[in-house]
Write a protein of this length. Structure first.
Length: 89
């Protein structure tokens, strides 16, 4: 089942959407619906992961890695001299 949602967008965005719709032989509604679904999925995932990570960090006995160790490790990321990830305390 579908429902109607009215939104306001600027003229340039509308024109760009119309060009994409024409180029892909899809309706503007189809493209906007997919864009909203993708936005929601990405944000739901991010919010869920953040909440789970905060819960793990708040548990008694949680271990952390010093910022300096992580920064030093990231400085070597993707190089031939890449180090092993730092260990938790």
């Amino acid at each position: 089942m579908s429902t109607t949602l009215t939104i306001r967008i600027d003229e340039e965005t509308k024109e760009r959407l119309e060009r994409i719709a024409a180029a892909t032989a899809r309706s503007k509604s189809y493209l906007v619906n997919n864009a909203i679904k993708n936005f929601i999925e990405a944000n739901e995932w991010q919010i869920r992961e953040i909440k789970e990570t905060v819960e793990r960090a708040d548990r008694k006995g949680a271990e952390f890695v010093d910022h300096e160790k992580v920064a030093a490790w990231l400085d070597t990321w993707g190089t031939k001299k890449e180090k092993a990830p730092p260990k938790c305390k």
